[in-house]
Design a protein around this ligand. Structure first.
Ligand SMILES: [Mn+2]
Length: 383
């Protein structure tokens, strides 16, 4: 009998990181596969996950292979070894070569014409096929804007080095759709590498700045594909032109949550829905345990106020905060003691209810893995 089953459509997703990000990478890949397995394209599409790895040990590779297995969908994992060569000496940003690896995808991923780039510090919640099918309208790249409206530029431009004439020019490079075929034709790699080399000593977000200023007009992706609202402390919040802007951004149902530095589930105990979800996947995968700590006082003050109109933008602006927001800090003293007593259950007023996790979920998270049935889940997935 002739097999008339059509060939599956290949979807290509790429990550790149060193082993310092292994746990984030593992959780993100697993969430990507989980969402694909429960989506409606698992029988018609094949999910190809490429990971450009820097300095991974054999154990790390084995771990990735273990977590990337699927019994219900077609999933292929490809590891691409890469060695750093100090391409940008004396650069301001220490990981410049790692974050600009994206420029090299056209030559690293031969025979592939389109990829979706996803940062490792993410949770994928929706079937990626919808993003894969997006029309780039002739551009070689699709990205989400870093800020929401032109009104946000006033504050955003105080802290970013470059100046933008439109919110559409701003970029967050956490999730991107890249047309590798066009990148090859347009020689994008050469353009971006030359520009990055030239300005390496002043670039603080190298690849974002290189893409934003060399290619200011790009396909704009919906914010749900790179949603940075888990803590309400990202640019769409602190640079927002109005309270409504913040509210609308918070109301987005994310397809991909981007956790972003500096506060992330492995280092900070903060009660939010997505920190909790990250921890659950992390536990289910039986990864080495993390030791998240309660947030320091000034970060606490920041989180108590974030999303509102207080005159603070970044927690590290300690001095400015201490002077301008002394009354606020004073007001936070007692709540901070409460937070320190049980940080997992503390509800920050700046983080809205739907972003918090429930007391039951916290209790469940504190139960050892084996009692929760994660072991069964693990054996089902052969992990
Ligand atoms: Mn990121």
């Amino acid at each position: 009998m002739i097999n008339t089953q059509p060939l599956p459509v290949d979807i290509h997703v790429v990550y790149a990181c060193d082993r310092g990000y292994l746990q984030y990478l593992a959780v993100s890949i697993r969430s990507l596969i989980d969402a694909f397995e429960t989506g409606s394209h698992r029988n018609t599409h094949c999910l190809n996950v490429h990971v450009v790895i820097v300095g991974f040990a054999d154990d790390d590779r084995a771990l990735l292979k273990r977590i990337a297995q699927s019994e219900t969908a077609q999933v292929k994992l490809t590891l691409v070894d890469y060695e750093l060569t100090n391409r940008y000496p004396d650069a301001l940003y220490p990981h410049i070569e790692l974050v600009t690896l994206k420029y090299r995808f056209p030559e690293l991923l031969t025979n592939i014409d389109r990829v979706i780039w996803i940062d490792a510090d993410t949770l994928v919640l929706s079937d990626i096929t919808e993003l894969w099918d997006c029309d780039l309208d002739g551009h070689w790249i699709g990205t989400t804007n870093c800020v929401l409206t032109d009104a946000s530029l006033k504050i955003y431009q105080i802290t970013s080095r470059g100046f933008f004439w439109s919110a559409e020019n701003t970029i967050n490079a956490g999730v991107m759709v890249l047309d590798l075929m066009q990148m090859r034709t347009l020689n994008v790699q050469r353009v971006l590498e030359a520009w990055t080399y030239k300005f390496r000593k002043v670039l603080s977000l190298p690849e974002q700045e290189a893409i934003a200023f060399n290619y200011p007009v790009r396909k704009i992706l919906d914010h749900k594909w790179n949603w940075r609202g888990a803590l309400r402390e990202s640019e769409p919040y602190w640079a927002a032109g109005s309270a409504q802007e913040r509210k609308d951004y918070s109301a987005i149902r994310p397809a991909i949550v981007h956790l972003q530095a500096d506060f992330r589930p492995h280092n900070m105990i903060i009660n939010t829905e997505f920190f909790s979800l990250w921890n659950r996947i992390h536990q289910a995968l039986d990864l080495p345990s993390t030791q998240p700590k309660p947030v320091p006082f000034m970060v606490f003050v920041y989180l108590m106020a974030c999303g509102s109109n207080v005159s603070l933008r970044k927690a590290r602006w300690f001095f400015v905060m201490a002077v301008l927001n002394f009354p606020l800090a004073l007001w936070c003293l007692l709540p901070y003691l409460r937070y320190r007593r049980d940080p997992e259950r503390f509800n920050f007023p700046g983080i809205s209810d739907h972003q918090r996790t429930t007391a039951e979920a916290i209790t469940e998270r504190r139960t050892p893995c084996a009692e929760k049935g994660f072991v069964d889940l693990a054996s089902k997935r052969r992990i």
